[in-house]
Design a protein around this ligand. Structure first.
Ligand code: NAP
Length: 224
C-alpha cells in the first residue's frame, strides 16, 4: 500500500489537541472473527505478509499495549523485527501484577510498563498505579491520561479480546486495523460484550480501506 494510510499520520495533531495518545487497535482474525482457536492458546492467524504490516504499525507507534492474559499465553516480545524502525514502549494491563519474571518482555530493551491497581515499591519493572474501574481492572481513561503525561502520542492496542472489547466499549479508539485471514476457526472471538443494544450506537468504522497482504486482507478505518 503506497500511501500507508493505515499508519497513524494524524497522531501528533490529535495528541496536541487532546493530550491523549491516538489509539489504534490492531489484531488478526479468522473469517468468522476469531483471534485464536481457544482462549489462552496462541493460533498463527496472520500470513508473513500481514505480519510485516503489523511490524510497520508497531514501529509507527510510541507504545504498544496488551492484556496480561496475552502475556501469559503467547509470551510475545512486541519488538519490531520484520521492518526497520524503533520498538514501541510495551505497556501491560495487569491489575493484580501477575506478570511473570521469566516473560520475554521482562528483558525488553526499553523495559516494560505494568499498568496495575496495586500499590507496590521495589518492583523490577516500571509500575503505573491506576485507579480501578467498576470491574476492579485498570481504569483506561486514567491510563490514557498518564500515558499522555509521559509524552506517549500514539498507542497500538494488540489484544486480546478482553482488552479490545474494553477499549471499544469505552469508545477510546481512533483507528482499527484488522488482518482477516481466509480461514474459519470457530474459536475465541475478537470482540465480546459491548453491552450496546441500539444498532445506531455500535462502534462503526468510517473512511474504510482494504488491501491484500499475501492471502490475507487488511481492513482499516477511523472510529472517532
Ligand atoms: N490474533 C491476535 O491478533 C491476538 C492478539 C492478542 C491476543 N490474542 C489471543 O487472545 C487471547 C487472550 O485474550 P483474553 O481476552 O483472554 O485476555 P487479554 O485481553 O489478553 O487480557 C485481559 C486481562 O487484562 C487485564 N486487564 C486489566 N485491566 C483491563 C481492562 N481495563 N480491560 C480489559 N482487561 C484488563 C485483566 O486481567 P487482571 O484482572 O488480572 O488485570 C484481563 O483479564 C490469547 O489466546 C491470545 O493468543 C490473539
Amino acid at each position: 500500500m503506497s500511501d500507508r494510510s493505515y499508519l497513524p499520520h494524524n497522531a501528533n495533531t490529535y495528541f496536541q489537541q487532546s493530550s491523549h495518545p491516538y489509539v489504534t487497535i490492531s489484531y488478526a482474525q479468522s473469517l468468522d472473527g476469531c483471534l485464536t482457536l481457544q482462549q489462552g492458546h496462541m493460533s498463527p492467524v496472520s500470513s508473513q505478509a500481514s505480519l510485516v504490516i503489523t511490524h510497520e504499525l508497531r514501529a509507527a507507534h510510541d507504545a504498544i499495549l496488551i492484556g496480561i492474559n496475552t502475556v501469559l499465553s503467547d509470551d510475545p516480545s512486541l519488538t519490531v523485527r520484520l521492518v526497520k524502525g524503533e520498538n514501541p514502549q510495551p505497556v501491560i494491563l495487569d491489575s493484580q501484577l501477575r506478570f511473570p519474571p521469566n516473560a520475554k518482555l521482562a528483558s525488553h530493551p526499553s523495559g516494560v510498563w505494568l499498568a496495575t491497581t496495586q500499590h507496590i515499591s521495589n518492583h523490577p519493572h516500571t509500575i503505573l498505579t491506576m485507579p480501578a474501574d467498576e470491574a476492579g481492572q485498570v481504569d483506561l481513561h486514567a491510563l490514557l491520561d498518564e500515558l499522555g503525561r509521559r509524552r506517549i502520542q500514539s498507542l497500538m492496542v494488540e489484544g486480546g479480546t478482553r482488552v479490545i472489547s474494553s477499549f471499544l466499549r469505552q469508545r477510546l479508539v481512533n483507528r482499527v486495523v484488522v488482518t482477516i485471514a481466509p480461514v474459519f476457526a470457530g474459536g475465541y472471538h475478537a470482540v465480546q460484550n459491548l453491552n450496546i443494544i441500539d444498532w445506531k450506537h455500535l462502534p462503526r468504522l468510517h473512511n474504510t480501506q482494504i488491501c491484500k497482504a499475501g492471502d490475507d486482507y487488511m481492513l482499516w478505518g477511523d472510529i472517532q
